[in-house]
Design a protein around this ligand. Structure first.
Ligand code: SF4
Length: 189
């Protein structure tokens, strides 16, 4: 068992169940959260999710590292029908950062809260993490956190975390917000 773990955290609610599973195995002081999610648009949403990731980590006594990387251009260049390509780019970018950061900062293993989602491409995420583990010479800690998805959402509700209603990027936002984000991006407003 690796003893120092970096957990890529996509948002506070998605971290609740994985952390409850990981802490008995690694102990809280050996786990660090990493909030690196340039895919969250607009900036207010990016900040709100980061703050709630912090609240979740505070709840468990876990350290959290955050990055300020907020990128919209990378997502805007995909068309609305290019979901698969866009989501893979989105996973790749975040997971690559996590694996590299873990290796460069002395962690034994890394994993991600993306594995708790019932809507993400679970198999692709596993495959990508395995590739990155090989590339960087670090362990990928896999667990099927989907088993506790609903439990985790309830845990988030119980401690008052903000629970967003869209995945993150402009293409996944509710209609009205998406139109506004696209119009802004195209310089029309
Ligand atoms: S839908 Fe979600 S996973 Fe796909 S590109 Fe947008 S934020 Fe990333």
């Amino acid at each position: 068992m690796a003893n120092k773990l970096l957990l890529h955290i996509c948002c506070g609610p998605c971290s609740m169940y994985p952390l409850a599973q990981l802490i008995p195995q690694f102990e809280a002081e050996n786990i660090t959260g990493l909030y690196h999610n340039p895919n969250i648009h607009p900036i207010e949403e990016f900040v709100r999710r980061k703050e709630n990731a912090q609240l979740a980590c505070d709840h468990y006594g876990i350290a959290l590292v955050t990055t300020e990387d907020f990128l919209q251009d990378k997502w805007a260049k995909y068309g609305p029908e290019e979901n698969k390509l866009r989501c893979r780019m989105c996973y790749d970018l975040r997971l690559e950062y996590a694996a590299k950061y873990a290796k460069e900062n002395g962690y034994d293993a890394f994993t991600t809260t993306l594995l708790v989602s019932l809507w993400q491409d679970h198999d692709y995420i596993i495959q990508k993490c395995q590739q990155l583990a090989q590339k960087y010479g670090i362990t990928f800690h896999y667990e099927d956190f989907r088993l506790g998805y609903r439990q985790g959402q309830q845990m988030a509700k119980d401690i008052g975390l903000y629970r967003q209603r869209f995945c993150g990027c402009m293409w996944s936002a509710p209609d009205e917000l998406r139109e506004k984000l696209l119009a802004n991006y195209n310089g029309k407003v």
